[in-house]
Write a protein that binds this ligand. Structure first.
Ligand code: HEM
Length: 157
């Protein structure tokens, strides 16, 4: 049996685990963690907790991005390069790159601002910084769902 009879499914499996971690993690944050924190915690505890939780989640997202790019481009390479790819892979790559730029803005610019406001106990400014992060993460969640739909349904066309 040729080597890539095993390699491609293994790469696809790692690719899907990374995608599930990123997109599923954003959904968990948006639909469960933040609303629960709003219901149960006062602003100082809530903002401290969400700031900590986001910092931990973002480190996993950074690792997931490295894995998505490495596995995605390895699969492309094994299948004959981008020129040999069908439209759904081009669309996946384009939207994924946009999501990575948005993540970069959140992680490198917006998240340090949130940390700064939380450290200064400036709860009003911290809440505003968190609201900005929440909007961008929600946009990425919608884009991530679109990538899943395009990647899977797009194979049929
Ligand atoms: C948020 C980012 C991404 C998500 C959510 C995602 C999701 C997926 C999913 C769900 C599949 C499985 C399709 C199927 O087997 O039916 C897939 C396959 C694939 N992905 Fe991604 N992907 C992402 C980023 C990337 C990137 C950056 C590349 C780099 C070129 C890439 C290249 C590929 C390739 C080559 C396949 C196999 C396509 C096929 O066999 O038809 N993906 N991806």
């Amino acid at each position: 049996m040729p080597v890539h009879a095993f390699t491609t499914p293994l790469l696809l499996c790692l690719h899907l685990l990374a995608a599930a971690l990123w997109v599923g993690g954003m959904a968990t944050f948006h639909f469960a963690v933040r609303p629960a924190a709003v219901e149960t915690l006062e602003p100082p505890q809530r903002l401290r907790m969400l700031c900590q939780a986001l910092g931990r989640f973002f480190r996993w997202v950074a690792a997931a991005i490295v894995l998505l790019l490495a596995t995605g481009f390895s699969m492309v390479q094994m299948a004959g390069g981008m020129g040999a790819m069908r439209w759904h892979v081009h669309a996946m790559l384009g939207i994924a790159l946009l999501m990575m730029v948005i993540f970069g803005v959140v992680y490198r610019r917006r998240y340090p601002q949130l940390q700064e406001k939380v450290a200064a106990s400036d709860w009003k400014a911290a809440a505003a910084a968190l609201a900005g992060i929440r909007q961008l993460v929600f946009i990425n969640l919608l884009l991530g769902v679109a990538v899943f739909v395009i990647a899977v349904v797009g194979r049929a066309w």
